[in-house]
Design a binder for this molecule. Structure first.
Ligand SMILES: [Fe+2]
Length: 652
């Protein structure tokens, strides 16, 4: 045994223990055929394993009360929690990382986790030959890093960081998952010919109250769904079980650095530790630590995504009752190499998806195209660091928005906003003609406005007389005004932006209704990439998330068509258009409903509401009583019955 340990560390012994039931397989693998000498350390390790196996097995049985299990065809690793086995609790993502290198990631995209008696955790993995783990060294590094983070925590004020939890009478406080709760009608009538699923995602911290500074945007992604069918409705909600969520569930507390921790020198130190060790220790790439909490999307080929701009899209599927089930990060058959923004644009007419992404802090900025479930184009553009949240498309163009916000490390150190308005940096657009075929940096034309401004979300864009017409809430500089992440920026107000490609000029116009503070703009989802007449946006009250009504915009008449004002104390969210049976993007495009959750802040209750999108009557068509509070969140989407059926047929 001593000799064996000389070849491999004590942790190697542990790893071999996991793989030993299939040790015979190792000798038949290609690397060992090519390099027979390489099998000697493994053989010796196997001897060490068999010597240690008996006592390990008894130990695990004593600690967990559950006998270790191995099954043919897969290797099941039984992990018992204690200080001694802390390292093995965290071993699985490390294994997964190694499998990435071996190209076996598909086989362990969703490791099987089980909990038994509150102690036992079992992971099904296929470990590659010759890759052994050093859990002693791992445990030491984990402990040291954890101690360093705890020391830095002493310089941060957790209580102050979660003051947002008191906003709007606790509207953002997290909830636990649930499934298939029936909804009752509070007022109106639920249309019997309406069927589909309303989805809305938002941050929902899994560990509450938090031990780490936590920003309002930091919570783990939770998808809330309302399944409507045959005049009946049910509610479900579920965490997006990302790798980050799984690791922190295993640890029982927060591990990855949060947005809320990034302030002051201690915040910068945490970023450094995080990039050097934290993600590496868990075996996850940076874009695998996304929370999937910002937006939900439906791809042209039928996949459901939960998105966050710091990571890959996260796939989930709805069961027949509308309950979301996590599937895992979508690498688009391995063709996606970087994080994707939360707002890719889907052209349902052509089946194309256009997306952008960037590495925060002044790294690369890229734009891409997806077709048939794979990335076909990806081009890096010379775009300075900024708050690049959205892009837009028309029938013939893909357009990048480069606004006036700049990431400022100095502001982070001083505890200020992450991005600040830079008045010298004018708003500009990168226009790519879809007729160009292949995306190249040279095929983008950059057109600059004559003033500084920022656009967070776009409402609608179309072409008219050879020009691109964009409707979007637009904000200008306002010194001292800060939002949750943006500094020195004024309120967003609806504008019409005319991009003249021939003259390479930009004109920013106010429209009737530009006095309203408005955000979360949306048109019907099947209208993206073509021309529709109507759009909708959330009317803001005093605060950033204080959505007090819904605005309807008429692009042809160039006006604010109507506004629904909620009763005092009622707060809404992003207005989602839900088409009625005969409504299409080209015909009667406002025939349908506006759906959203309402938060009755004074009562502490939630409802799901449908307004008539055509009449914009303040009296809802139907208001459904939610059996429990639904926290406020971010973006939403309506899944039609056809889309619901299609997503159910997609391979996992
Ligand atoms: Fe967004």
């Amino acid at each position: 045994m001593t000799v064996a340990l000389g070849f491999v560390s004590p942790m190697h012994v542990s790893a071999v223990r996991y793989t030993s039931p299939h040790a015979a397989d190792f000798h038949s693998t290609a690397p060992f055929k090519k390099h027979p000498w390489a099998s000697w350390p493994l053989a010796l390790s196997c001897v060490a394993f068999w010597m240690r196996h008996g006592c390990r097995k008894r130990e695990a049985k004593r600690m967990s009360g559950v006998k270790r299990r191995f099954t043919a065809g897969e290797r099941q690793v039984s992990l018992a929690p204690s200080k001694k086995t802390l390292q093995t609790v965290d071993v699985w993502p490390k294994c997964r990382r190694q499998l990435h290198r071996y190209g076996h990631a598909q086989s362990v995209a969703n490791p099987i986790m089980e909990h038994s008696n509150g102690f036992q955790q079992i992971v099904s993995l296929t470990l590659p030959a010759g890759k052994l783990l050093d859990d002693t060294w791992f445990g030491m590094r984990f402990g040291m890093l954890d101690a360093a983070f705890q020391l830095l925590d002493c310089f941060q004020d957790v209580e102050k960081s979660v003051l947002w939890a008191n906003d709007l009478n606790g509207a953002f406080l997290p909830v636990r998952p649930t499934c298939k709760l029936p909804l009752s009608v509070r007022s109106g009538t639920l249309p019997t010919d309406l069927s589909g699923v309303f989805l809305r995602v938002g941050p929902n911290p899994a560990h509450w109250p938090p031990k780490k500074c936590t920003h309002i945007f930091d919570g783990d992604g939770m998808v809330h769904s309302v399944r409507i069918d045959g005049g009946q409705a049910t509610y479900s909600c579920a965490f997006m079980e990302t790798e980050r969520w799984k690791v922190e569930q295993q640890l029982g507390s927060e591990w990855f650095v949060r947005l809320g921790e990034i302030h002051g020198w201690s915040g910068l130190a945490k970023i450094l530790f995080n990039s050097l060790s934290s993600n590496k220790l868990t075996g996850l790439m940076t874009y695998e630590t996304s929370t999937a909490n910002t937006a939900v999307a439906f791809t042209p080929d039928g996949r459901l995504w939960a998105l966050n701009e710091s990571g890959f899209p996260f796939r989930f599927q709805l069961d027949r009752s509308g309950c979301p089930n996590s599937l895992g990060f979508d690498t688009l058959k391995g063709s996606l190499k970087d994080s994707m923004s939360a707002h890719p644009k889907f052209d349902q007419r052509t089946g194309e998806t256009f997306f952008h992404g960037f590495t925060p802090g002044g790294g690369t900025f890229y734009v891409g195209r997806i077709f048939d479930g794979e990335v076909t184009d990806r081009v890096e553009l010379a775009v300075p660091d900024g708050f690049h949240h959205d892009i837009f498309i028309t029938e013939n163009y893909v357009v990048i928005v480069d606004g006036s916000m700049t990431f400022e490390p100095q502001s982070v150190v001083e505890g200020g906003p992450l991005w600040n308005f830079t008045s010298q940096r004018k708003l500009r657009f990168g226009v790519w003609p879809r007729s160009a075929g292949k995306m190249t940096a040279e095929s983008f034309t950059w057109i600059e406005a004559d003033e500084a401004a920022e656009i967070v979300h776009t409402l609608h864009a179309y072409e008219e007389d050879g020009k691109i017409i964009l409707w979007a809430p637009l904000a200008r500089e306002l010194k001292g005004a800060t939002s949750f992440v943006l500094g020195d920026i004024g309120p967003c107000r609806m504008h019409r932006v005319i991009i003249d490609i021939a003259k390479t000029s930009v004109q920013i116009q106010e429209v009737p209704g530009s006095d309203l503070h408005t955000e979360f703009p949306r048109i019907r989802d099947d209208g993206v990439g073509r021309r529709v007449r109507y759009g909708y946006s959330a009317v803001q009250g005093d605060g950033e998330f204080d959505f007090v009504g819904i605005a309807k915009w008429d692009f042809e008449a160039c006006r604010l068509e109507a506004v629904i004002h909620f009763p005092t104390g009622v707060i809404g969210g992003e207005p989602i258009f839900i088409p009625s049976a005969k409504s299409t993007a080209t015909d009667h495009d406002d025939h349908g409903y506006i759906g959203m959750f309402l938060w009755h802040s004074e009562l502490g209750t939630s409802t799901f509401v449908l307004y008539d999108a055509r009449t914009m009557s303040p009296q809802p068509v139907a208001e459904l009583e939610m059996p429990r509070r639904v926290p406020m969140g971010f973006h939403a989407r309506w899944i039609t019955e056809d889309e619901f059926n299609l997503q159910a047929t997609m391979d996992r």
